[in-house]
Every structure is written in structure tokens, then in C-alpha cells.
Ligand binder design. Sequence first.
Ligand code: SF4
Length: 269
Amino acid sequence: MTFQSTNGQGNLPANVSSLSALLYESYQRYVDLLAGGAVRDVDVGGVFHASAVGHPCQRYVAYHVQGFPPLWPLDVNDRFTEGRLHDAILKEVFNQSKLPVLPAKSITRTYTAEEGTTQHAVVLTGCPDVVIDGACLLAGQDDWHQGAPIPVELKAVADSRFTWMQTKQAYTLQATPWWPRWVMQVQCYAALLQAPLGVLVVKNKESGELWQQVVPAMAAQQWQVLIERLGGIMAAIGQGKALQGHPKTSQLCRECPYQYACHSGLEGC
Ligand code: SF4
């Protein structure tokens, strides 16, 4: 299979810069692997990641749990790399602060989804960026389990998005794929740590300004809905059933790193 360049002119021209060529080759390798049926990352297959389960598209979640490699456009990849640098700096800020920072480590738990008389195991994993001893945050609030480890997720965004998040009361908005994902990511960490809440700390990449959003843990009923959604996705994968997706022209699909599999007819889920 030939990987098409985004300008619709077929293979990239020979005079692309060496860096682009290198990255292009690695993309091409993924696509070739996919075409050959050898695409799954065995380390992630079958395990739901807290960072992905809140995506509005269940097919996206299905690709993710099966270990399909996400193929982001190069500029988005660059943003992720830059974001990780901001995360590393923010983590250091936490470590140097007077806050009681606990060791952050990956946590995995298995839950059970019921579908009629059938049960499906749902394995969820995640590693919060920072974990704080909740005693300092929750002092004086007895009903919030003083001393619980509180997960903190760090994000860095462009100035326009930073402003949008605050002015549009983003916590209640479901208009973008990334915001509900971030909220649910924090809620999954809270569930994995059995904490009453988590905190999302967002940094404005341009100004350095920080904004924090306290995210309460999911209510039991909401949590049940999530586990059943994930159990349904596992069941569909196991039975080879197609999951409902979105139109190819939708914004969700245009920004999706799994378009190459989802809308190519190459391999579905
Ligand atoms: S391309 Fe669209 S339908 Fe397919 S996984 Fe992505 S968002 Fe879902």
C-alpha cells in the first residue's frame, strides 16, 4: 500500500527535507505493517488507558485498546512533544514546591461489565503526572477522606485555547473531543487511586499562566456507564462486530489519528 501525502499528490517528492523524509518513512512503515496485518502493539493490547477512554467515538477507543498506532499529523506530533516538555517543567515545579508530592506510578485495575448474563473484564490503567497527599488540599473537609492521594494531570495549551477554556466554562462543555477526554482521564485516575477528586492543571504555553480545575470523582452510576461502554467495546472486538463511527467528513474524523484504518477500508473494528 502507498501512503498518500496530504496534498493528494501521491508519494512525497524526493526533495523533502531529510527530517520530513525520516518521519515519512516511519509513517510508511506503520501503514505497511497495517497492510500486512501486523500492527498491534502487544504491550497495550486489551488494556484501556485513562487518557483515551473519554473520547466521544467508541471506534477511536476500540482502535486504541487494540494497540493501533495513532498517526498524528507531524505538526500535532510536534505539539505533543512540546507539551511533554511543559509537563516535565511543571512536574519539577510540583517537586520543588512545599506540596507533599507522593510517588506517581502506573496503576491498573480490573473491573467487570455486565451485559445480560455475560460478563466482560475491563482492564483500566493510568499513570497520573503528579500525585499529592490530599491531606493538605482537603484539610478541614472531613467528608472528603482526608489523606487520600489526589491525582493531578498537567496540560499545556495555546493561548487561544487557554482563554476559550475559561470563558466558555469548559468543564461543562462536550463540544470538543479533547476536553471530555481530559476530564475523564482525571476521573479515571481518581477511580484508580480511590480518591474523591482529581485536579487538572492547565498551563498557557505563551504566558506561562496556570489554571486549575478541580474534577470530582465520577458518581457510581456514571462510572457504571463508562465500564459498560468499555465492556461493550471489548465484546464487539471479540465478536468482530463493527462499532458505530462518525462520518468521514466530520471534524472528529478529520482530527483523528486512526483515519488511516477507519476510513481506508483497510482494517476496521
Ligand atoms: S476516524 Fe472517525 S469514526 Fe474512525 S475512529 Fe476516528 S473519530 Fe471514530
